[in-house]
Design a binder for this molecule. Structure first.
Ligand SMILES: *Cc1c(COP(=O)(O)O)cnc(C)c1O
Ligand code: SF4
Length: 467
């Protein structure tokens, strides 16, 4: 947008040093070069190198310098969120990779070992790449997913990375170069053609990786045509992102920051609900002046910021963290949206919590905030049939049960119908739950199986969707 008046830049010296500095990134090769890490014991640094050889590691200077409290490392939640930790690998796998690195065996040998370890971490949670791929004139559309009637997910090819990587992210396999897991699409045209044919769709959700790593001119190519003919039914444009946490400069001092805000503003002015689906795991992520300024600028465009996050051991498995997170979000004008349950892949062994514990954290956190922060739903499992929320634990007809419901469902008629599973203090996912009172199946299962057969789905997996 050339004809927009320049936005006033904030007057104070912004966190992160010199204005306009580019995004400086550290990866696996740089672990010994990150100054702040030098104060950690050698053994821990070595362990981090071992894990970073297997799981993706990428962190930028802003996160290192502004978000991590180095006095609290290694317990610091943002450190846990971004830096590889010894417990993320199974001890036997860890030992094998560590031995190989110590013995300085050849690169090919380490690569082969690493491939083997990765294969054991469920890199393709149940063949997710075959699922929910929409078709146009019989041709499958790459980089798109259409699971719930109202909402189409789109994965633009330029947005398949992030400003930093989260250690828990279930898209880890794609970040370490697993080509098969890439959903990317270059085809803005087929996105728009598909949407034109589907008047039942009201929401487009652009996801990644993090789409906000894209230059504004790329985002414009996807978003601007939504204002053109035949696409009036796309009322809600959502962009999944963690950039407000990991690179708020995107909205303040990147070369095309003002153009980006102009784009959001134009979409809003033309009557679209524009939502940044912010991924925020801990209140510590939004405390810098840069982050506050970014939130302020986004809100000024008329876009809404909603926030979602999984509940994770080592990062935010504490009700007071969630109540502070939600309170702070309301204070900044961000709407708490979802609390998720961590998925079955990658470093799950390190982060997962029993559903019962996740629910206790949710309930205790809710009890500490006012109604304005109680817009967050959850804890929710984004599973094959839909998003299933744990609603409560009760004693009914002599049995202790989880009360559950769909917040999203492949079949909208399943929505908000309570169903019950036998209480299990260890269960961590929907597939670990059994129908209560000895029932054969949950009410939706038969319908779901029929639906899967009709769609010739080869698996029953849940869907990906980064930020
Ligand atoms: C979560 C999700 C959505 C969006 O669901 P909302 O409840 O509308 O936020 C859309 N598609 C898929 C595949 C999802 O997992
Ligand atoms: S997609 Fe989102 S959650 Fe995953 S690594 Fe990127 S920023 Fe983190």
């Amino acid at each position: 947008m050339k004809d927009q008046p320049a936005r006033p830049k904030p007057a104070w010296p912004l966190a992160g040093g010199a204005r306009g500095r580019g995004l400086r990134i550290f990866t696996e090769r740089d672990i010994d070069r990150i100054p702040a890490l030098q104060r950690l014991p050698r053994e821990l640094r070595f362990a981090m190198r071992v894990v970073a050889r297997v799981l993706p590691f990428r962190v930028n200077e802003y996160v290192v310098e502004e978000l991590i409290d180095w006095e609290r490392v290694p317990a610091d939640p943002v450190f846990q969120l971004t830096f590889p930790q010894p417990g993320m690998l199974d001890p036997a796998d860890f030992a094998r990779v560590a031995d190989a690195l110590r013995a300085e065996v050849g690169r090919d040998e380490v690569d082969a070992l690493v491939r083997e370890v990765r294969a054991g971490l469920n890199p393709h949670p149940s063949g997710q790449q075959e699922l929910n791929v929409p078709r146009l004139n019989g041709r499958p559309l790459e980089g798109m997913q259409h699971k719930y009637r109202e909402t189409v997910l789109f994965f633009p090819s330029q947005g398949q990375t992030c400003h930093s990587y989260c250690t828990f992210c279930f898209r880890w396999a794609q970040f370490v170069g697993d080509q098969e897991l890439r959903f990317a699409s270059r085809e803005a045209e087929s996105l728009h053609a598909y949407l034109k044919r589907h008047p039942e769709v009201s929401d487009l959700l652009i996801t990644g990786g993090d789409p906000m790593v894209m230059k504004t001119r790329h985002l414009e190519r996807y978003l601007e045509p939504l204002l053109g003919p035949g696409l009036d039914h796309i009322r809600n444009i959502r962009i999944g992102t963690k950039s407000l946490s990991f690179w708020p400069q995107r909205y303040v001092e990147d070369a095309d920051a003002d153009d980006l805000l102009g784009l959001l503003e134009r979409l809003v002015a033309r009557g679209r609900h524009v939502a940044l689906m912010l991924h925020q795991n801990h209140p510590q992520e939004l405390r810098t002046p840069m982050a506050e300024e970014a939130v302020r600028r986004v809100r000024e465009t008329g876009a809404v910021i909603r926030s979602q996050s999984p509940v994770l051991a080592h990062v935010n498995d504490d009700p007071s963290v969630w109540s502070e997170l939600w309170r702070r979000q309301v204070h900044l004008g961000i709407v708490p949206y979802y609390m998720f349950v961590e998925r079955d892949t990658g470093a799950r062994r390190y982060f997962e919590l029993p559903l019962a514990r996740a629910f206790d954290i949710y309930r205790d956190a809710m009890a500490r905030v006012s109604g304005l922060a109680r817009t967050a739903r959850g804890p929710s499992m984004s599973a094959a049939p839909g998003k299933v929320e744990i609603n409560g634990v009760s004693e009914i007809a002599g049995e202790r049960v989880f009360s559950l419901r769909f917040l999203q469902a492949r079949n909208p008629s399943w929505l908000h119908r309570p169903f019950h599973a036998t209480f299990d203090p260890q269960a961590t996912w929907l597939d670990g739950l059994k129908p209560a009172w000895g029932a054969e199946s949950f009410f939706w299962e038969e319908d779901f199986e029929a639906l899967c057969r009709r769609r010739e789905m080869r698996s029953m997996a849940a869907l990906p969707g980064g930020c």
